[in-house]
Design a protein. Structure first.
Lengths: 264, 248
């Protein structure tokens, strides 16, 4: 079966696919060539770098947890509901994916910054300010990675055969029980894919973070911000940090996304 | 069948267009233009200088504006550029080590110093550097000239700045002040505007940063003309308008 499908690929597509792969792989070959491997271990174990790694893992994991809690319901509703106006929401959900992250960060400031229309209330009612805090960095990362999660869930849910749910409902199970026992297990691969993509996106987040959460060495300097500082002072260090990010992201994508494809 | 033919045609056309646009973009700069890289704080002044220079010589200036440290990294990495103007001598020295600076072309063309800036309403009633303690503040990151200058100032005044954020350039410090996200920040006197309140710091004028300009090895011959124009009375008048100090 697989061999047959493989044979049906027109040669021209092979050429296109080949060029596309080269185009995507090229920069990483360049990066690995320039990476000073002899100092790799020394650099990544430096205290400042270690601190950034820890912070990045905390930020990316927290952001992914929020993505899961909020993106799962949103993706599901977008796939299943026919409520008017959802079209607009569907488009807005994709905005953080296509906007320059710096624009996203600025928009976050206007909403959740100290003078933002919500941030102002948070400040005066609860004494809570988000910019320049780790919570702010998590919010910035969540903002850019949530669309990836929503999209994964929405796509999977809309492709799901509603038969199973219908029979579950007809057997007397309520919508909540049906969702958790019938629907959710069926979109498990998509959940893994969503987690992998949003985690990787959150890990690499730079523009929205530096705009909304600023650069504070203890609280908001994640790996990409550390890389940015290094790029301006010590390019060799920047290459090591860049390579480190490639390794971490690639491992997560291969591990979790592979699981998704295998399950399908 | 026809669809597949059409599809191939489109693919071919696409490939052709991709190659064509790539080539035309990579040789986008016309012959009669000069590529100048300048530090963020020079944005408006150099835009005006470029305009005046074009009027006088018909040579178009293509400006790249970024933090001095970013510019230095790009030049070290071999960016094609004719003239570079930075916000401090230390960063220029860094480029000089790579021998990309044309021998003898380096000149100091302006000076600058820091002021304390707050949002217009000044919520924490900050009047001096001492008041920064316990407030939310932003300064430039230590890798850029305004950050180095901020640290020098802190040492001279014996103050622990403890900023909430180290911004990548002086303009983003100003933005955070304008938006009211910080109570105060240190910016150049040349970056003040009507949307923020600024306070002159005693003795800050003594700690100035010198702005160097130089032509890059292998750049165009007109580079010298541009540097001369910046140093000429006409160029200096524009810099003065934006509150830059004259080189001593």
């Amino acid at each position: 079966m697989t061999a047959k499908i493989s044979k049906s690929i027109p040669p021209l597509l092979w050429v296109g696919a080949f060029i596309a792969s080269i185009f995507l792989i090229m920069p990483f070959i360049g990066l690995s060539q320039r990476t000073p491997w002899s100092t790799f271990f020394q650099t990544v174990t430096e205290e400042a770098v270690f601190q950034s790694i820890t912070l990045s893992l905390v930020v990316a994991t927290s952001a992914t947890a929020i993505c899961f809690l909020l993106g799962l319901p949103l993706g599901w509703v977008l796939a299943r509901s026919h409520v008017k106006g959802l079209k607009v929401i569907r488009a807005i959900v994709l905005l953080p994916m296509v906007l320059p992250p710096v624009a996203g960060g600025t928009a976050l400031l206007f909403a959740l910054g100290r003078k933002g229309f919500i941030g102002e209330k948070l400040d005066s009612w609860f004494g809570l300010t988000l910019p320049f805090t780790t919570a702010g960095a998590i919010i910035a990362a969540t903002f850019v990675s949530l669309p990836f999660f929503v999209l994964a869930i929405e796509t999977a849910a809309s492709q799901l055969d509603p038969h199973f749910e219908e029979s579950s409902l007809s057997l007397g199970a309520g919508p909540t029980r049906t969702f958790f026992t019938a629907s959710l297990p069926m979109i498990k691969p998509a959940i893994f894919a969503g987690i992998a993509l949003s985690w990787a996106r959150a890990l690499g987040e730079f523009g929205a973070t530096i705009t909304f959460a600023g650069d504070n060495p203890e609280r908001t300097r994640t790996l990409p911000l550390q890389l940015f500082v290094a790029l301006e002072t010590n390019p060799e260090r920047a290459m090591v940090l860049g390579m480190l990010m490639v390794i971490i992201s690639l491992s997560v994508l291969v591990a979790l996304r592979g699981k998704w494809i295998a399950a399908q | 069948m026809t669809t597949s033919k059409n599809f191939r045609g489109i693919l071919r056309l696409n490939a052709f267009l991709a190659v064509f646009s790539f080539l035309s973009l990579s040789c986008g700069l016309s012959q009669n233009s000069l590529h100048v890289m300048a530090a963020s704080s020079l944005t408006e002044a150099f835009e005006e200088i470029a305009e005046e220079f074009k009027k006088e010589t018909q040579v178009e200036i293509s400006l790249t504006i970024a933090g001095s440290a970013s510019l230095a990294s790009q030049i070290e990495d071999g960016a094609k550029v004719d003239v570079v103007a930075l916000a401090d001598e230390e960063t220029m020295k860094r480029i000089n080590e790579t021998r990309r600076v044309e021998q003898g072309s380096l000149k100091i063309f302006a000076t600058n110093y820091l002021v304390l800036a707050t949002p217009l309403e000044n919520p924490e009633s900050i009047e001096s550097l001492q008041d920064l303690k316990g407030s939310i503040s932003a300064i430039c990151a230590p890798q850029v000239p305004c950050g180095k200058l901020s640290l020098k100032l802190a040492i001279q005044e014996n103050i622990d700045l403890n900023p909430s954020s180290l911004e990548p350039n002086v303009r983003s410090v100003r933005t955070k002040i304008e938006l009211g996200e910080v109570d105060a920040g240190l910016i150049y006197i040349t970056d003040i505007n009507e949307k923020i309140n600024h306070i002159i710091i005693d003795r800050s004028e003594q700690i100035t940063t010198n702005y160097p300009i130089a032509s890059i090895h292998g750049g165009k011959i007109e580079s010298t003309d541009f540097i001369e124009f910046v140093l000429s009375p006409a160029g200096q008048k524009i810099l003065e308008k934006y509150r830059f100090g004259a080189p001593s």
